[in-house]
Design a binder for this molecule. Structure first.
Ligand code: CUA
Length: 343
């Protein structure tokens, strides 16, 4: 029976190992998963405060109910034999009025008041103080981002100035999506034939992950984006650079890639400002090389991932409208070099 002993010895070790990996994975998830409980802007701070108030209130009520339950258990045990004629009927009525009517009324009014207060706090600022407006358009399954009054069009990255409110004009090109950056604000739906507005503010420069919060098709889970908050000067610089057309290509391999891009189907769906590519179906690629991710924050924007994506988009995102291409190794190399050079 040596194996039985061995198993008994091994089990506690295995549990420790599982616990260790579980906690490590939880830590990984934590890094990539934005939390409403770690707010990074005024609106999200108010929402987090409301969540904690509800949690505190719920905990207090739970503890009070448990305390009454424990009290009732011991009390009834003491009085079972001598209490046959219910002489405490009046007490019982009072308990019902207090616990069944007054307490719930006070609790609900408190919750309602706190919610109204939060609504007020996260309301849009007055029109006079309106800062940068950014148009965000949902597509299956990516985000088009436009800066009105400039030529800037980008995708899956929303650059904003830190420390000031930014107005988002939310629309959709197809089905209902929902815009959500948990660290900055609550969710807001993007509804066909309707424009919704949301104000966000990031207190500090940094990156905040956003996601689609309404089921919108098979790749709903792979419809994410980044909000990148710059110091105000950095944002102005970024906007000027993004408004410019693509720089002229000088590298011979990249030039070869550009020729391919224009002759293949690419240019019919994607625009590269300053070139013959003016397609409007897919993301604008004018400064594609400076973006951090591919396919709506599904993959890191690296030459390897881009090559894989061009050959077989369905591998990373089944059902994506991006068609697979049949390129030789040389052609793929040239195309990847061209796209990554679009800084
Ligand atoms: Cu878009 Cu879910």
């Amino acid at each position: 029976m040596a194996w039985v002993r061995e198993r008994h010895m091994r089990y506690p070790q295995r549990n420790w190992i599982l616990l260790f990996f579980g906690l490590s994975l939880a830590a990984c998830a934590r890094q990539g998963t934005p939390s409403t409980l770690q707010p990074a802007g005024p609106a999200a701070t108010e929402i987090a405060r409301l969540s904690w108030s509800f949690f505190g209130l719920g905990t207090a009520i739970y503890l009070a109910v448990i305390a009454f339950l424990v009290y009732a258990l011991f009390r009834s045990r003491r009085r079972t034999s001598d209490d046959e004629n219910y002489p405490h009927q009046k007490d019982a009525t009072n308990v019902v009025i207090l616990g069944g009517v007054l307490m719930p009324a006070v609790t609900l009014v408190t919750v309602f008041g706190l919610t109204l207060y939060t609504f007020r706090q996260v309301a849009p600022p007055a029109a006079e103080t309106a800062g940068q407006t950014i148009q965000v358009i949902g597509h299956q399954w990516w985000w088009e981002v436009r800066y009105p009054d400039t030529t800037t069009v980008t995708a899956n990255e929303i650059h904003i100035p830190a420390g000031e409110p930014v107005r988002l004009q939310l629309e959709t090109e197809d089905v209902v999506h929902s815009f959500w950056v948990p660290e900055l604000h609550g969710k807001l739906d993007m509804i066909p034939n309707q424009v919704n507005y949301l104000w966000i503010q990031a207190d500090q420069p940094g990156q905040y992950r956003g996601l689609c919060a309404e089921f919108c098709g098979t790749q709903h889970a792979k419809m994410a984006f980044l909000v990148i908050a710059h110091p105000p000067d950095g944002f102005a610089e970024w906007l000027v650079h993004e408004s410019e057309p693509a720089a002229a290509i000088t590298d011979p391999l990249a030039q070869e890639g550009e020729t391919l891009f224009m002759s293949l189907a690419c240019a019919r769906c994607h625009a590269v400002r300053g070139t013959a590519a003016t397609g409007q179906l897919g993301p604008d690629l004018t400064h594609f090389g400076s973006r951090q991710t591919l396919a709506a924050a599904t993959l890191a924007n690296t030459p390897e991932n881009l090559a894989q994506w061009l050959l077989d988009p369905d591998h990373a995102k089944p059902g994506s409208l991006m068609p697979a291409t049949h390129l030789s190794e040389e052609q793929l190399d040239a195309l990847v070099t061209y796209l990554e050079s679009l800084q």
